[in-house]
Ligand binder design. Sequence first.
Ligand SMILES: C[S@@+](CC[C@H](N)C(=O)[O-])C[C@H]1O[C@@H](n2cnc3c(N)ncnc32)[C@H](O)[C@@H]1O
Length: 353
Amino acid sequence: MRFIGNKENLLDRIKFILDKNEISGESFFDFFSGTTSVAKYFKKLGYIVYSSDLLYFSYCLQRAYIQNNEPLYFKNLTRKINIEENLLFSDPYENIFSHLNSLPPIQGFIYHNYTPNGTKELPTPRMYFSDRNGAKIDAIRIEIENLKDASLITENEYYFLLAALIESVPFYANIAGVYAAFHKKWDPRALKNFEIKYISPIVSPKKCFSFYGNSLNLIKDISVDILYLDPPYNERQYAPNYHILETIAKYDNPQIKGITGMRNYDSQKSDFCNASMALSKLDYIAKEAKYKFLVLSYNSEGIMSHDSIISTLGKYGKVTCDEIDYIRFKSNSNGLSKNKRYVQELVYILRKD
Ligand SMILES: C[S@@+](CC[C@H](N)C(=O)[O-])C[C@H]1O[C@@H](n2cnc3c(N)ncnc32)[C@H](O)[C@@H]1O
């Protein structure tokens, strides 16, 4: 999934660094989970995984991939749609996704606020989704809620379907990568007909746990072998950059404002986007959390300097730092270092005394 700081392409290299430093264990806490890519990777390796994030849409992904440990059969729903729609796929997922994709469009919150026809009264009509795709997203989102309210799906099935919807939306959004602005012309991706895409659960015998909210509130309650920190590294808050995914996940008819139709995110601001707060919060986590190894992934151009990170973590044990070179995220190539194509991901490891 397109997401600033998504570690999907760095996972093997992060694991290589952990192996090289002989870091392993049984439990892993993905403290700033985002797309859940890191949590998923360590769950597949057999760890007991904890995950958490300030964003609700991340929580939906976490519930689908991390906390849910079982194959989902959609028994109640399959029975109903097989009878009504004569769908006879042997794979329950095919039945469900085919049902969702065949729903007639509904002009709901997304259509009325993020498509050109739905916002034609505004001085700048919003072009996040084509009219049809906005109404398809509404139809699927409304159906998922109705299925839950009618007890036709379980809680795990509910989050699984929400996760599939959330992961499908970026393939049709008329944006350059984040939702803080939309293109004024249609990107071809936005003109394709919206379809919810298949996802699969990750089955594991180890119980895993997911949380929504400020992860710092959890540090006294969770004890793990590896505490993995991948905080924001600059002043750009995540919530405004992903406001539409948040609204699709919550579907709570929020008050919105401005050219982009932004929801309020006062309660979702991260201290790690604030240069004067980030270091003291890192210090707090390193000091108070319960872990054997703290692993911090941080961009070499981040607002906490390399030296300040080393001296902060160094108060609590032995610290090492490894580097990974990678190609920068496109929409982050503004500002001073515009011409630099590669940046480094720095992986700090603290072994607590
Ligand atoms: C760099 S991204 C993490 C990317 C993630 N590792 C991935 O691969 O997708 C940082 C994440 O931290 C979350 N975040 C920031 N401050 C937080 C806090 N205090 N508590 C929980 N999550 C927070 C943001 O919402 C964002 O999803």
